[in-house]
Design a protein around this ligand. Structure first.
Ligand code: AMP
Length: 349
């Protein structure tokens, strides 16, 4: 994907205007360099001459002591970290007094998580940023306020309003822009949008079409694949995905891509991956279902390990007699999720 320097500059400039990071700030580096999030940590720190504190791999799932020992003032991560810390009972009231900014992005921020973080970091603004890599890390913001601005029926913070200079709009069938209140695909435009996918002109023109907006005229838009609507106040709400893209601990995964690897390893069509378990709207992992493959689950896992990063490996491989199918002949992922949910209830978890 081609992201221009001017897009990164626009993003960093916006964040710097928002947070006024200075040499006295102590910034976390939570994400590895292959994750676009690191553009924020690394470049904002250097841009503002602050200090950067790289969270060691051993503390990524439980960085509480790291935040305290390094007296961090700026924290940036995916929201899942809050759940890990809460499970370990590491989020004691007032335990992060030095934090003044928390930048959460990459997946939905549940209200319960935002409140837990706010209790632990009482001197801190808690910001829910939204953005795909194609729009240079983040491009809209909702700050935790009292009362909070929530997405109806989802108990997550809204994704707020676009950064200055960026545009958000809702697109329906055939690229028609929809009015406030109607749910459709979220489209983004402005200086942070990618120039396209390297070597894939077809994908570039499909995901980045030039569309006629009723008041903005002809502009290039990035079609995000996110379902959203704009409420009467101009705030946007994230309502899930149109496709089978999921976030596993903040990492973007296309389930169809995993299915393709699973099919190749199993040499069999009757296999599928589902995101599971889902807690607070975010996936913690994936589970594979396979049917009549003729090889053992150990062999399947070994084959997948050669092709996929650790976060995309199935936590479990379940062999079933026949795949449930939808009326139009697709493997029915929902029915498989129901099997997992039923098992969980049965075990009283
Ligand atoms: P990535 O390109 O890895 O940053 O993933 C982008 C996708 O993550 C978006 O298209 C959304 O589906 C999801 N996402 C990012 N930030 C948020 C957020 N604050 N709330 C809900 N979903 C989010």
């Amino acid at each position: 994907m081609k992201i221009e320097t001017r897009s990164v500059y626009h993003f960093l400039n916006h964040c710097q205007t928002l947070y006024n990071i200075g040499p006295e700030d102590r910034v976390s580096n939570f994400s590895e360099v292959s994750f676009d999030f690191s553009v924020l940590d690394l470049w904002l720190t250097w841009y503002a001459r602050a200090s950067l504190h790289v969270v060691p791999e051993s503390q990524l799932m439980a960085p509480a002591r790291f935040i305290q020992e390094h007296k961090l003032t700026f924290w940036a991560s995916v929201p899942s970290v809050i759940l890990f810390l809460d499970r370990l009972k590491h989020l004691k009231e007032g335990c992060f007094p030095t934090l003044r900014v928390s930048y959460f992005c990459g997946e939905a921020l549940p209200l319960s998580s935002a409140l837990l973080w706010g209790r632990a970091a009482p001197n801190c603004v808690i910001d829910n940023h939204y953005g795909p890599t194609e729009a240079t890390v983040g491009c809209s913001l909702e700050r935790l306020t009292d009362p909070p601005n929530l997405t109806p029926g989802r108990d997550i913070l809204s994704i707020g309003r676009p950064y200055s200079g960026m545009r958000m709009a809702i697109v329906g069938e055939q690229g028609i822009f929809l009015p406030q209140g109607e749910t459709g695909e979220l489209a983004l435009s402005g200086p942070q949008i990618t120039q396209g996918y390297l070597g894939d002109d077809e994908l570039t023109s499909r995901r980045l079409p030039v569309l006629d907006h009723p008041s903005l005229g002809r502009l290039r838009w990035y079609l995000t694949g996110d379902l959203s609507f704009e409420d009467a106040s101009g705030t946007f709400h994230h309502m899930g995905r149109i496709d089978n893209q999921v976030k596993v601990l903040g990492h973007r995964i296309e389930l169809e891509e995993l299915d393709a690897h699973l099919r190749q390893v199993c040499k069999c069509e009757s296999v599928v991956m589902v995101a599971w378990p889902i807690r607070n709207g975010s996936a913690e992992g994936v589970v594979a279902f396979v049917c009549a493959t003729g090889i053992t689950t150990g062999q399947i896992l070994d084959g997948l390990k050669k092709r996929l990063p650790p976060y995309a490996l199935p936590r479990e491989i379940i062999e079933i007699e026949s795949m449930p199918m939808t009326p139009n002949g697709k493997i029915d992922r929902k029915a498989l999720l129901n099997i997992l949910a039923g098992r969980m209830q049965g075990s009283g978890i």
